[in-house]
Design a protein around this ligand. Structure first.
Ligand code: ATP
Ligand code: MG
Length: 431
């Protein structure tokens, strides 16, 4: 998993043609794909827009690896026409007017599909609910969004190519570096937006406006109503960001961690809060979860899991890391074979993170040695060989192989001959 690139080149102050800017920001394959969709929309008389975060990033002078397209009208019909002309298939979701075109080989980018979405309006039946969706026009579609900087669109069809739709003054906020909600109920409708706001602040070095900040206090209590999947998704996205640490500090400062669970308040005291994250082993989301939570007790991790529903794999590593973290000094002064025996029961992922994060140099060396060397040491003899020697299969096999491995680890044997000799002696002893 790669972290998001935080390279920025501010273009927003320069008046320029948006069509040119768009073409410059896409590589040839993506440009070809966009041209094909534009042509088809133009032929069908459908207003087509590139919308949301893609426009924001475009105006910030970033290269676009991805774009979101919205159609005023029938997105599924447009996708079907594209598939019948250029190949491959479409799946559509009629109720929401969304279509997924499985791209033919010559049009594939690093994405295998292209989503086409009908412009829609969204309303919320109750706070923190999922929205009720109705078809609408581009104005409705911009109004349903989270922040002004994400409520921008550039029209793509026919002679309209390059027209900026900025009904909510997102461009100005982009120039000023401001994150601003579109209406006062925004965080109440969807409390995940508070986490999104902090992510954009941290990613772009922007700030929420005073009005937007002031809306947090009223919406904080509704975080409780968010499903585990939704809240964990937001934290996952934050942990994938290069500036994850400063974003989590900001969440803590705004008291947006305590409502998720008291155990994760005081972020600054966690390992994630105190360490530099430049180690390559820490450039992925799960390592950062482990680093963040490894000082918690088993019980706290279980409570947190009820709130966030971690994947089974991550949950196992979290528990393992917490136990390991609490017992790290136990590895000091042991023989390699004893260390291996001790560490083997821990998750590999937990060991990797701890070996990068631990401050004590002696412990760090031991963990590194275990991961890079000792873990791989195996005796030459196998269960198969023992069978050939006429030893009846059973728990004895494990014991013999374990003793041989320990001898290699502790330097008692160094060659295959020495191993054979030791094996013979062990077999004699047991007869
Ligand atoms: P990123 O670079 O993180 O992907 P993005 O702006 O593309 O940022 P997405 O989550 O991909 O964000 O969503 C695409 C667009 O959909 C956003 O720009 C925003 O306009 C809208 N959007 C996403 N999530 C929400 C939300 N919770 N409430 C309102 N609008 C949203
Ligand atoms: Mg996006």
């Amino acid at each position: 998993m790669f972290l998001r690139d935080d390279f920025l080149c501010y273009n927003t102050h320069v008046e320029q043609s948006y069509s040119e800017l768009l073409e410059k920001s896409l590589d040839a394959t993506r440009r070809a794909l966009l041209d094909i969709v534009r042509d088809q929309a133009t032929q069908r008389g459908l207003p087509l827009y590139i919308v949301g975060g893609s426009v924001r990033d475009l105006l910030l002078g970033r290269r676009l690896n991805d774009f979101d397209l919205t159609v005023e009208g029938d997105a599924i019909g447009l996708a079907r026409a594209l598939a019948s002309k250029h190949g491959d298939t479409v799946t559509g979701h009629n109720k929401f007017g969304t279509a997924k075109w499985f791209l033919p080989a010559n049009l594939k980018t690093d994405h295998r599909t292209l989503d086409l979405i009908s412009a829609r309006s969204e309303t919320y039946k109750h706070p923190a609910a999922l929205p009720t969706v109705r078809l609408g026009n581009i104005t409705d579609d911009l109004r349903r969004r989270d922040f002004t900087i994400n409520a921008l669109a550039i029209r793509l069809d026919g002679s309209h190519f390059g027209e900026l739709r900025d009904d909510l003054h997102g461009r100005e906020d982009l120039q000023k570096g401001l994150i601003r909600v579109l209406h006062p109920r925004s965080f109440i409708d969807d409390p995940t937006r508070m986490y999104r706001a902090v992510r954009y602040e941290g990613r772009y070095g922007f700030k929420m406006t005073q009005d937007t900040l002031a809306l947090i206090s009223e919406a904080r209590a509704l975080i409780d109503d968010l499903s585990p999947q939704r809240i964990r998704h937001e934290l996952d996205l934050i942990l994938e960001e290069r500036n994850a640490v400063s974003m989590l500090k900001r969440l803590d400062e705004l008291d947006l961690l305590t409502p998720i669970h008291a155990a994760i308040a005081n972020f600054s005291q966690s390992n994630l809060g105190t360490l530099k994250l430049d180690d390559p082993a820490l450039q992925n989301r799960n390592s950062r979860w482990i680093l963040w939570l490894m000082h918690l007790t088993d019980q706290e991790i279980e409570f947190l899991n009820e709130r966030l529903h971690f994947t089974a794999d991550l949950l196992k590593s979290l528990h393992s890391a917490a136990v390991l973290n609490a017992n790290l000094t136990a590895v000091i002064g042991l023989k390699p074979s004893q260390i291996v025996e001790l560490l083997e029961s821990y998750s590999h992922k937990a060991l990797e993170v701890l070996s990068s994060a631990v401050q004590d140099q002696v412990i760090k060396n031991i963990l590194t040695k275990y991961l890079s060397e000792w873990w791989y040491v195996k005796p030459k003899t196998t269960g198969h060989d023992l069978k050939k020697l006429g030893i009846p299969p059973g728990p004895k096999y494990t014991e013999i192989l374990r003793r041989l491995r320990a001898a290699w680890l502790d330097g008692e044997i160094k060659t295959e001959e020495e191993e054979k000799k030791m094996l013979n002696e062990m077999l004699k002893e047991s007869n």
